[in-house]
Design a protein around this ligand. Structure first.
Ligand code: GLP
Length: 269
């Protein structure tokens, strides 16, 4: 696990964009997984900026997203498809037919889960999956539970998640109580995971996920099962981490310049 802690959010977003850029350059038909929420907005802004300057391209990429509310039409401005279009996809050169997200308006959500699993199988190896974390530790919409199945599934959102996310809904009381989410197993299938967390509201979930027991009761902790997990945190989100992990983060920062000199990043994980 590579944990990096930042005082400056623009540096964090720059490093996150470097990681996405590396995945995009991974070869033809590079598939990457992205997520929604306020956390990746700065990253997406940076990707749009780099695309405009010709530094990166999505022309050969495939992008899939984690989740969608059930009951929203694909063009509903509150939906995650609309979010991705507005924050990223309308501004970059990804062919629209190579963007995949569960369809919350499908007549049978269970069928839609199987269709999305087939999409994930079809797009093949995902070089990177970017995720955020909810205040209760959820990833995608995998809410804390006794066990978490591998594949895409229908979930009932917790009261806390509904309350938090209602702030971004117009009108807030229209927020659906159910969603379709990629399963934790499929998230872990990506070659590399990038977890980003910002703000003190995430500090408890981040500390539990990175330093507590690995348990479906805190889905973020399951990310530690991945051999190649990079975690980018601002100081507030990192504030409850035990000192030993903060020390590791300091070490990672100290050796990072060597990566730019051609140091093979995979060899230190
Ligand atoms: C949402 C999304 C997650 C996201 C999380 C945190 O409900 N389903 O993918 O990571 O909540 O959102 P934010 O980044 O706005 O804090």
């Amino acid at each position: 696990m590579d944990i990096r802690i930042y005082g400056d959010e623009s540096r964090l977003n720059g490093d996150a964009a470097d990681i996405v850029g590396e995945a995009l350059r991974g070869g033809p038909a590079s598939a990457i997984g992205l997520c929604t929420g306020m956390t990746p907005v700065g990253l997406y802004r940076e990707l749009v900026r780099r695309r405009a300057k010709g530094e990166i391209s999505f022309a050969d990429a495939t992008v899939c997203n984690l989740d969608e509310y059930i009951g929203l039409t694909p063009d509903d401005p509150n939906g995650f498809r609309a979010f991705m279009r507005k924050r990223l996809l309308d501004e970059v050169d990804l062919p629209p037919e190579r963007f995949f997200i569960p369809d919350g308006s499908a007549p049978d959500p269970e069928d839609e889960c199987r269709r999305f699993d087939a999409v994930l199988d079809g797009i093949g190896r995902r070089r990177l999956q970017v995720v955020g974390i909810g205040g209760n530790g959820h990833v995608g919409f995998n809410e804390p539970d006794d066990s978490l199945p591998y594949g895409t599934r229908v979930v009932r959102l917790s009261d806390r998640t509904v309350q938090t996310n209602a702030a971004y809904f117009d009108p807030p009381d229209r927020i659906p109580r159910r969603a379709i989410t990629m399963g934790i197993g499929s998230i872990l299938d990506a070659d590399r995971l990038l977890l980003i967390a910002l703000g003190k509201e995430k500090a408890e979930a981040v500390a539990g996920a990175l330093a507590g027991p690995i348990t479906a009761r805190l889905p973020g902790s399951l990310l530690r099962l991945h051999p190649r997990l990079t975690v980018l945190l601002d100081r507030e989100a990192a504030s409850l981490l035990p000192e030993r992990l903060k020390a590791d983060a300091g070490l990672a920062r100290a050796i990072r310049p060597r990566i730019e000199d051609g140091f093979d990043e995979t060899s230190r994980q």
